[in-house]
Write a protein that binds this ligand. Structure first.
Ligand code: PHB
Length: 390
């Protein structure tokens, strides 16, 4: 009898405990943020972490009766690690949303987990066109490489650049950059006379740049992922390629705001195309840059930070719209079609493609108040991903 009573009491206690943790669970909205905080892509992780924390500091952690909790995990930039972490976040932590994804192979590795668990996957960094097609639960707030590459291929031939060599990192976004730049440049009457690919991990640009110097094109078009631009710039200048009359152009990853001010005056006048510059002249962006620098010991936000900041906006607003009652499908539906002003300019999540539609800017490196910035001088408005319309 005693034993039975004890067992019953224990069962009640366990049930009560379960109920409490279930209530805590129900009152919490969890965002699992997977970032490369170590390794070659660590600057991307640092920028996105800082931006998401800033968004939460500015907007609070209470929304629709929920307390928003950010669970940050470091994947070191390794797809297998991301996959394992995503599984743990979904199964053990029961996150409502997966976010981050510093590299294309990482976004692709996690996509099946998003699909199986019906968890929205918000891509804040990776930029290969195909990513959004890897899962119907993917939404992208970063950008697509074809957007940048096509904008540059439209600008270059109108500005005396006809013969170009391309130099890209040998993986998803680099292949996109090479292909979309070449197709559009050719369409516009220009010519890619050589296409060079460098390894993603630990690249040595020297032999490739020497080859370009020998070929002597009008311009060298470069895509390397955020964090690698300064090395390209340094070696380009050390070889005197600018003095030899070879122009340096690329997607905005090359003159990354995270590194630009340390690249030196040799970077002046380099023209790139991109969706975000820390110098974007809007009141909202000025406020964003000031707040970001203040919260991060003067660190300048780059396009990765903006992808993270806008990703948080999309998640917060989906939570608000679903009044805290939504599962993955309802959240996803509330993410599609969001339209708002980002620090980058106007931005829209296309409900059909779940991809970002935004302005592409042509920018030239100039000195402002003694610092190097990408100064916007032209714009292609509301650009969809060219990879979706082929
Ligand atoms: C990507 O892996 O998709 C990627 C990473 C860094 C960039 C752009 C694209 O700057």
């Amino acid at each position: 009898m005693k034993k039975r009573l004890f067992l019953t009491a224990t069962a009640v206690a366990v049930a009560a405990l379960g109920a409490t943790s279930a209530m805590a669970q129900a009152d919490t909205f969890k965002i699992g943020l997977i970032l490369p905080l170590t390794g070659q892509q660590a600057s991307t992780g640092k920028q996105i972490e800082a931006a998401t924390r800033l968004y939460m500091a500015q907007n609070g952690v209470n929304m629709a009766g929920k307390k928003i909790e950010l669970i940050i995990k470091d994947d070191g930039g390794i797809p297998d690690a991301s996959k394992r972490i995503a599984q743990e976040l979904v199964v053990n932590d029961k996150v409502n949303v997966l976010a981050g994804f510093g590299l294309t192979p990482i976004a692709l590795a996690v996509a099946p987990i998003a699909t199986q668990s019906k968890t929205p996957q918000v891509i804040m960094a990776a930029a290969t066109s195909i990513i959004t097609e890897a899962s119907p639960y993917i939404i992208r707030t970063s950008f697509t490489i074809p957007q940048s590459a096509v904008a540059m291929a439209d600008w270059a031939p109108k500005n005396g650049i006809k013969k170009v060599v391309t130099l890209v990192s040998d993986y998803g976004p680099g292949i996109d950059a090479e292909r979309f730049f070449k197709d559009r440049l050719t369409f516009n009457g220009g010519q890619v006379i050589e296409s060079l690919r460098v390894p993603l991990r630990g690249p040595d640009f020297a032999p490739f740049l020497q080859k370009v110097r020998d070929i002597k094109p009008d311009a060298l078009f470069v895509f390397v992922p955020s964090g690698a631009g300064a090395a390209v710039m340094k070696q380009f200048l050390e070889r005197g390629m600018d003095k030899a009359g070879i122009k340096l152009i690329g997607t905005g990853d090359l003159t990354d705001d995270d590194q630009l001010n340390d690249m030196g005056d040799g970077a002046l006048n380099v023209v790139t195309s991109h969706h975000y510059s820390a110098a974007h002249p809007s009141a909202l962006n000025k406020k964003f840059v000031d707040a970001f620098e203040k919260a991060n010991k003067g660190l300048r936000p780059n396009f990765m930070a903006v992808g993270g900041y806008d990703g948080m906006r999309v998640i917060y607003e989906a939570l608000r719209a679903t009044k805290g009652a939504g599962g993955g499908d309802a959240l996803l539906a509330a993410m599609k079609g969001q339209i708002f002003e980002s620090p980058r300019g106007p931005m829209f999540i296309d409900a059909q493609t779940r991809d970002v539609v935004h302005n592409m800017y042509l920018r030239k490196v100039e000195k402002k108040d003694g610092k190097l910035y990408n100064v916007e001088f032209d714009v292609i408005k509301d650009m969809k991903d060219p990879g979706k319309t082929r």
